[in-house]
Design a protein around this ligand. Structure first.
Ligand code: MV4
Length: 504
């Protein structure tokens, strides 16, 4: 296979920028696509070339296969990197790229087909000897059959849409009296979300952990894993904090889960970067949940502890190179990532788009900020409001937590509301620090987490940053800020108010 010379990145925001960074290091030219809402976006400024692909809604721009392929042809790109989301797990797009003679940097369409539908994936995994959550391998035709099955395995059970994941069309049934109404609810939600009302049943697992294994395969059948990521800190099926190694995994479990993940990938002829998601129950049994056939948001933590550039590996695999390893590298140290969102945790995490008037990004040792924004940028309301991913490395988990907290304390974003304080709350929560938090953690501790996050010492750092900001904005105002603000007085900045509230 030939060397790739020019890559079109069919995405936006931080992931588009992240992919382009590696391209630059490899001497590969970069092409951006953008919607009308993204004319001044960072990924457009980062690329060597950029093509407008349509109006703001992604259905009319980033998701329009023909427009993306047209841009790739015009630019003379020999490959397309899809990032995550958008067209990254779209088998028909992979086939369209193939037809156009453009390399899709990702798995073959057949592997996406094998994993896309939940019941199909379960059947494939059962055949391969991969443990799946106990339940049916096929959708259930009638409510009578479904009820009989639920009675056989016993409540609680989980009704799940066969058509797709992400928690849509999912219903927990705790009492048989509720079975029929839950069944109907799951079916109609599944129809709305996936245009497919097929539903199947699983035994409900109490307080599971979400642990996923990064896998990698080349075009010659060599398949390895790159250890796990602990992703149990989620709310509404959105990951908020990810880390590796998982604080609940023993080396034996890591080896076993890695082996099973490799088996899963091999069973579907996987190529490139993929992630096998598992639920881990209270007895530390693990079960296949789904496979994500793309590079994931949280890949940086894996890069930190393996020392690898996963995007570079994706490109090399697409070029036909062999994997440089034959087995998993031992994890080195610990890494934590937090997702910084333009949203307001106090207002039910409502997105908070708008202009970033001031931005101070943390710095210092072993820290990385994968951002899609810059000072003066207006966060549009059209897309996912994640503005950056902050990740850190340290020799131990404790040190990684302290480093992440220190880094968050340096983060200053003015003009929009962010979840930075909320993230500090998570990292300071005893359950998180202890390391045995499950997927119920963020919902269960919601109230506590809203009020937390202000470590007095760390507040000093953000205080200082705010003073610098104020100084830059207006020297005169900065002077008054060096004196304690009068009670109830206006004109103080939020960090001052927080600082004075602390003392009460
Ligand atoms: C489950 C479960 C408990 N038992 N299945 C949520 C999204 C989806 N992809 C699978 N999910 C779950 N499936 C059984 N049989 C609990 C969840 C779940 C969850 C899983 C992973 C991460 C976060 C979660 C939050 C709530 C529920």
């Amino acid at each position: 296979m030939a060397k790739i010379r020019k890559i079109l990145v069919a995405n936006r925001g931080e992931i588009a920028v992240r992919v382009m960074r590696t391209c630059k290091e490899l001497g590969i030219a970069t092409v951006a696509v953008y919607s009308e809402a993204d004319r001044s976006a960072l990924h457009v400024r980062t690329a060597d070339q950029a093509f407008l692909v349509g109006p703001p809604p992604s259905r009319e721009s980033y998701l329009v296969q023909e427009r993306i392929l047209e841009a790739a042809k015009k630019a003379g790109a020999d490959a397309i990197h899809p990032g995550y989301g958008f067209l990254s797990e779209n088998a028909s797009f992979v086939r369209a790229c193939e037809k156009a003679g453009i390399t899709f940097i990702g798995p073959p369409a057949s592997a996406m087909d094998a994993m896309g539908e939940k019941t199909r994936a379960r059947q494939n995994m059962i055949k391969a000897g991969v443990p799946v959550v106990p339940g049916t391998a096929e959708p259930i035709a009638t409510v009578e059959e479904a009820r009989a099955y639920a009675e056989k395995i016993g409540v609680p059970v989980m009704l799940k849409a066969a058509g797709g994941g992400g928690g849509k069309g999912m219903r927990k049934v705790e009492r048989m009296e509720d079975f029929e109404s839950s069944w109907r609810a799951a079916k109609s939600e599944a129809m709305n979300a996936f245009g497919n009302d097929a539903v199947y049943i699983e035994k409900y697992l109490e307080k599971p952990h979400h642990v996923e294994i990064q896998v990698f395969a080349d075009q010659y059948g060599n398949t390895i894993h790159l250890n796990e990521r602990e992703c149990s800190a989620q709310r509404r099926h959105q990951k908020v904090v990810e880390e590796t190694p998982s604080p609940i995994l023993t080396p034996e479990m890591r080896a076993k889960m890695g082996e099973v993940a490799v088996k899963a990938a091999k069973a579907v002829g996987y190529v490139g970067a993929g992630t096998v998601e598992f639920l881990v129950d209270v007895h530390r049994n693990f079960y296949f949940l789904e496979m994500n056939t793309r590079l994931q948001v949280e890949h940086p933590v894996t890069e930190w502890v393996t020392g690898l550039d996963l995007v570079a590996w994706q490109i090399k695999v697409a070029e036909g190179e062999k994997l440089p390893y034959t087995e998993a590298p031992k994890p080195n140290g610990h890494s934590i990532e937090v997702r910084v969102y333009a949203e307001d945790p106090a207002r039910n995490f409502m997105p908070s788009p708008g202009r970033i008037n001031y931005l101070r990004v943390p710095g210092g040792p072993y820290l990385r900020d994968d951002s899609g924004v810059f000072p003066g940028y207006t966060v549009p309301n059209t897309y996912d409001p994640m503005i950056s991913k902050l990740s850190v490395w340290a020799p131990t988990r404790r040190e990684a937590i302290e480093r992440a907290k220190r880094a968050l304390a340096e983060y200053v974003v003015k003009g929009i509301t962010t979840n930075v304080r909320y993230l500090k709350g998570i990292l300071s929560h005893p359950e998180f620090v202890e390391g045995d938090y499950d997927t119920s953690f963020l919902t269960r501790e919601h109230e506590t987490l809203l009020g937390k996050g202000e470590d007095p010492q760390l507040t000093e750092a953000s205080l200082l940053a705010s003073v610098v900001y104020a100084y830059q904005r207006d020297q005169k105002k900065a002077k008054t800020l060096t004196q304690a603000p009068s009670e109830g007085g206006k004109g103080g900045i939020s960090a001052w108010r927080l600082a004075s509230r602390r003392g009460r």
